[in-house]
Design a protein around this ligand. Structure first.
Ligand code: F3S
Length: 295
């Protein structure tokens, strides 16, 4: 069996930076909080929990907690949330990815334009961006949303995208909105790391008999990778960790591709690769077939 791991699989620059910041802060002393899990990966979050890092889900919780350092994850937050956290007297360390911060700055300066954010309105990154739009925005998630977008034609528009949005779909939505006749300023804010990861996944899936996509179930960029691969390769499997891998499903394939989302640590990719590599793969299948008989 030939196995190819996509070069772009795993932690992106922004996620690596955020995770490194949490580990660095641990060495500076507790208490440390993260506003939401620092990444969509249960193993990393659990490791941090064991080291004393607490995940905060709501701002309410912060009121009663001992003063400490709160780390903002790479998705970023709205200005209002930032101000509220500061008002509780906690020290803030901001790991917002610079590519996301750039979107905050762009939308914040567009006084004369209505902002269209192309992305998932339920995603924390999009919610953060909304909070820098001076209350003048619409979130468009899909083709239907673009078709239904309807403001007077003299309204000027600025279009940005969630950093992990699918590039081809973004182009389709921009085309639909452009045809309506608005004065439009489009900024492709999809992160390069995301674009090249999706392109590589697409190419790898096209020439593979089976694909493994590794990443957290909550990770929207991993879900998109899965969708891209599944379209090109019917035998695409979405796993979070090695235990989710059903080796028997791969017995008949000769070419297997592996890719992983931006929040998948390299050690998990390595584990999957090791097990899939021919020697370990055959050993494991043999072990699975051993029947123990106890008299
Ligand atoms: Fe930043 Fe791009 Fe990663 S926006 S968090 S480097 S996917």
């Amino acid at each position: 069996m030939k196995i190819k791991v996509a070069d772009s699989a795993g932690f992106c620059f922004g996620v690596q930076r955020a995770v490194d910041l949490v580990y660095k802060e641990i060495s500076n002393g507790l208490p440390i909080y993260t506003y939401g899990p620092i990444i969509h990966n249960d193993e990393v979050v659990e490791d941090l929990r064991k080291k004393g890092v607490k995940v905060i889900e709501t701002l309410e919780e912060l009121k009663d907690l001992p003063k400490g350092t709160i780390i903002i994850r790479s998705h970023g937050i709205s200005r209002k949330v930032y101000d509220e956290i500061s008002s509780y007297g906690h020290n803030i360390k901001d790991a917002t990815c610079p590519f996301v911060k750039k979107i905050h700055n762009i939308v914040n300066k567009q006084d004369e334009r209505h902002i269209i954010i192309v992305g998932n309105p339920g995603h924390p990154e999009v919610q953060g961006i909304m909070g820098w739009c001076n209350n003048n925005y619409t979130v468009v998630e899909d083709i239907e949303g673009a078709m239904n977008f309807n403001l007077p034609l003299d309204v000027k528009i600025c279009i940005v995208a969630q950093t992990t949005y699918n590039y081809n779909r973004f182009q389709d939505l921009v085309e639909i909105i452009s045809k309506k006749g608005y004065d439009i300023f489009v900024l492709n804010t999809i992160c390069n790391a995301t674009q090249s990861r999706q392109q590589e996944a697409y190419e790898l899936a096209k020439k593979s008999e089976a694909m493994i996509v590794i990443g957290g179930k909550q990770s929207s960029n991993t879900r998109k990778l899965y969708e891209i691969c599944k379209k090109e390769c019917e035998n695409t499997y979405y796993i979070q960790k090695l235990d989710d891998l059903d080796l028997n499903s791969f017995k008949s394939f000769r070419n297997v591709g592996i890719t992983a989302g931006a929040s998948t640590p390299h050690n998990i990719i390595k584990e999957v690769l090791t097990v899939m590599s021919e020697k370990s793969f055959e050993q494991l299948l043999e072990e699975e077939n051993v029947v123990e008989i106890n008299n």
